[in-house]
Design a protein around this ligand. Structure first.
Ligand code: REL
Length: 815
């Protein structure tokens, strides 16, 4: 774009922004502060300390924006004009808030006469209401965690719908799992933020809990890797959880809130083996319960047993023995719980997480008592392995999900950047909810940074599953960018971010070396053709340019700069992820080109471009750690988590190696799944496009998402393509590698009038195909077409059930 075009583009953005700001007929404004005054905040004199803390946060936020801090005044009744905040049980609201009584974390905010009334059904509900207000005032929940500093304004008003807001969570327990923190969160806490403790201690947890409350979350699975001290072993951690009303749970490998890696001492306790060492193991669990009895923390107990860390339970000879033993262990654990807490078991929140091999036990008959929440895991790559069936949906304990946006393990870690496509999170979590997963959602966020956007998206869905519809995923991203930077930047950058996620959907930056881990293999050439390499280099170049625009002369000319106070936020939320992903791609793609060419000069040029890209990643990472926000994030960003080969400079690989790559097929057509020419929707079901999902960005599936089989009338979609030269072709249908409870997703593909062919598309466990599928986010069905005539052809694809997601179709020539 040249300068004039930019100017035109920006003018239209300004017009858009002005017009969207002016159409607010259905809303009311409440003035928080202007040049002369600021509203006072009135609270009950018996206000709970956590609500009081949140009220003070609100007052501080207002002060940072306007320079005026609202006065906080304890009162007994509503009289003077101002903001009244409290729990529904407080004397302030009396009969006004009957609709909130006995509700879980519900709140309302409304303007009544000249006052703003803010009531919550309980402590957390009231706190969430307060943070709903700060966010509507433009304060990012990431204010501290990503330095999204408030932008000064003289006049600050809260805009509300006429009827006010009533809100309550879709999912009861919503939280994060801090995991694989060895290269980010832990060293940062140890060396930068909390050196006095030298670990993830109460000061760090305090900041995390504050963030979670701003994000309307309530649950933590604490960090648990060997570099980290067990949560309960550090003085002040559990007290901090109590102060912030955080529910403490623990991961699939840590039953009874024990952090085995740190707390199980083989020299003292012996083997972590229930077959041979039951007494010690029982005592170890009971000790934690005794400690909790006096501490009074809110908890969710993970039950069952695996190995010490992320491994299978010790001691069982076979599947049957494992199943019998886990059932027995759960009964024993429950007995300990009821004996210790002297409450009916249904009043003690408990969870069972059938992660990795434990799902096999469950699928083979392991019985889990009815009041325990079944927390279904994904396959570590964003595809939920299984959800409750009709019968399981009737269980009293309900169900939930344990989901990953960061992962350590086979086939390859993705611990560095955060690139899970928002459309995928939206699809999988909405599907989970529609299949009854409403009790507990936990997301593995790695080190929190740089997973800010995906974390918030996940938790926002957990709070209000209806806040985003299938066609609203990109709009949501746009709104987020507007809040974090400005209206114009949001408009401009959202397509850039969509492209960042789309390119990573085809291949995450961490997988660009085509290497694997567990066992770790060396990098190798990609599967991309030369043309694909060049296209991808160009696509990432565009992203780099678009990211820089806001710091160039053009933005100076138009006055549309990143607000200076948000420069650091821009670096950590935009510049680092986008450019680091781009340079990682450049590093490998240029290397691929260097290896493929026999022209000596070209080879040299590509080699040096590859090395340059590596150096750029280093520069960016050094800046993140050393300079960003005056060193606040030092040690948070590692450009080589787990030191996997993919993170090395290519010097270590063989540049000079001559590689002849035989390209034996060429794509002649790419059809996005939503470009069908006709479709068949069975009664009450509809094919819809999920925006921001898939490499096509327009994947389609059947709605509603609840599991349903189609026996006779199968839903289908048809596509058309044209062949110019008669000959041999291949049709490649790309589906998302989603899972089915019974491993029985099937599609039938019919070419022209020929006989339809049946394909089963699920994988089991972690086999070779599953590994390939998750690395490329595609399950591929191939259909050879021999002696195809020139002219138009039609492919019809039908599906046997919901849960099958079509991304795109490629027509390849066979060379
Ligand atoms: O992602 C998971 O839940 C597991 O893989 C973790 O429990 C485990 O700590 C893993 O990161 C590797 O050690």
């Amino acid at each position: 774009m040249n300068k004039n075009l930019y100017a035109g583009f920006f003018l239209s953005l300004i017009f858009l922004s002005v017009s969207s700001y002016s159409q607010n007929k259905n809303s009311v404004d409440f003035l928080i502060a202007d040049a002369n005054q600021s509203a006072s905040i009135f609270i009950d004199k018996n206000t709970d300390p956590l609500i009081l803390w949140a009220v003070n946060e609100l007052a501080d936020d207002v002060k940072e924006i306007t320079g005026k801090r609202p006065e906080i005044i304890p009162v007994q009744t509503i009289s003077k004009k101002g903001i009244y905040i409290g729990q529904s049980s407080s004397g302030l609201f009396k009969s006004k808030s009957k609709d909130l009584s006995d509700q879980w974390e519900k709140f309302w905010i409304k303007k009544e006469k000249e006052n703003l009334l803010v009531a919550g059904s309980d402590v957390r509900g009231t706190v969430y209401a307060i943070f709903e207000i700060t966010e509507r005032l433009g304060v990012s929940p990431w204010k501290w965690w990503a330095d999204v500093n408030p932008i000064k304004k003289e006049k600050l008003a809260l805009q509300l719908p006429q009827k006010g807001i009533i809100s309550s969570p879709s999912v009861q327990y919503r939280g994060i799992f801090l995991n694989d923190e060895d290269w980010g969160l832990e060293p940062w806490a140890e060396k930068t933020f909390e050196p006095e403790v030298g670990n993830i201690g109460p000061k760090t947890y305090e900041k995390i809990f504050q963030l979670l409350l701003r994000l309307k979350a309530n649950t933590i699975w604490p960090a648990m890797h060997p570099s980290t001290k067990g949560f309960f072993t550090l003085a002040g951690n559990k007290e901090m959880a109590q102060k912030y009303h955080m529910v403490i749970g623990s991961s699939h490998a840590e039953p009874m809130l024990r952090n085995n890696v740190d707390e199980w001492k083989p020299k003292i306790h012996g083997d972590y083996n229930y077959f041979t060492n039951k007494t010690q193991v029982d005592k170890y669990w009971q000790d934690r319960l005794d400690e909790l009895k006096s501490a009074n923390n809110e908890t969710i107990m993970t039950l069952g047993m695996r190995g010490v860390h992320d491994s299978k339970m010790e001691g069982a000879k076979d599947l049957k023995e494992s199943i019998d033993m886990v059932e027995k262990i759960i009964l024993n654990q429950r007995e300990m719980l009821s004996n210790t807490f002297k409450k009916p078991l249904k009043e003690i929140p408990q969870a069972f997480v059938p992660y990795k091999e434990v799902l096999e036990l469950y699928d083979n008959g392991l019985k889990v008592p009815d009041d325990i929440t079944l927390v279904w895991p994904d396959d570590n790559y964003g595809y939920i392995r299984r959800l409750s069936n009709e019968d399981e949906q009737k269980r009293a304990g309900g169900s939930g999900v344990y989901y990953h946006i960061s992962y350590w393990g086979r086939p390859h870690d993705y611990l560095w950047l955060s690139t899970t496509q928002p459309g995928l999170i939206w699809y999988e979590m909405t599907k989970a909810y529609e299949n009854g997963a409403k009790k507990m959602w936990i997301v593995n966020v790695g080190d929190i940074k740089p997973a800010e956007y995906d974390t918030e998206l996940f938790l926002d869905l957990a709070w209000d599953i209806n806040s985003i519809k299938h066609d609203g995923v990109n709009q949501y991203l746009r709104d987020w960018l507007k809040r974090e930077f400005s209206h114009q930047i949001g408009e401009y950058l959202s397509p850039v971010f969509e492209e960042y996620y789309r390119l990573a959907f085809l291949r995450k930056p961490e997988y660009m070396g085509w290497s694997q881990t567990e066992p770790t293999t060396q990098i190798k050439l990609s599967d991309f053709t030369e043309e694909e390499c060049l296209e991808r280099i160009k696509a990432y170049n565009n992203l780099i340019n678009e990211t820089d625009i806001w710091q160039t002369a053009v933005s100076v000319d138009t006055g549309l700069l990143v607000p200076t106070v948000r420069d650091d936020a821009y670096f950590q939320l935009i510049t680092y992820p986008i450019k680091a992903a781009a340079y990682m791609n450049h590093k490998f793609l240029y290397w691929n080109l260097a290896c493929r060419t026999s022209d000596v000069n070209e080879k040299k040029k590509y080699e040096s471009l590859s090395n340059e890209a590596y150096n750029k990643i280093k520069e960016l990472t050094d800046y993140y750690n050393e300079k960003l926000s005056n060193g606040k994030w030092n040690h948070m960003m590692s450009m080589r988590p787990r030191n996997l080969p993919v993170f090395d400079s290519i010097k270590k690989a063989d540049f000079s190696k001559e590689v002849s790559v035989k390209e034996n097929s060429k794509a002649i057509q790419f059809i996005k799944a939503n470009q069908f020419i006709s479709k068949k929707d069975p009664k009450e079901y509809k094919w819809k496009t999920i925006n921001g999902l898939g490499y096509s960005n327009n994947a389609i599936t059947l709605f509603p998402l609840k599991q349903k089989y189609f026996k006779t009338e199968k839903p289908s979609v048809s596509y058309e393509f044209e062949i110019e030269n008669a000959g041999n072709y291949e049709i490649e249908i790309h589906l998302l590698p989603t899972h089915a409870n019974n491993f029985d997703h099937q599609i039938e593909v019919q070419l022209d009038g020929n006989k339809a062919q049946l394909f089963s598309i699920n994988t089991k466990d972690r086999d070779k195909t599953w590994k390939e599928n998750v690395l490329r986010n595609s399950a591929i069905v191939k259909l050879p077409v021999s002696n195809a005539n020139t002219g138009k052809h039609t492919i019809t694809i039908n599906v046997n059930q919901t849960g099958i997601v079509l991304d795109y179709i490629k027509i390849n020539t066979k060379i």
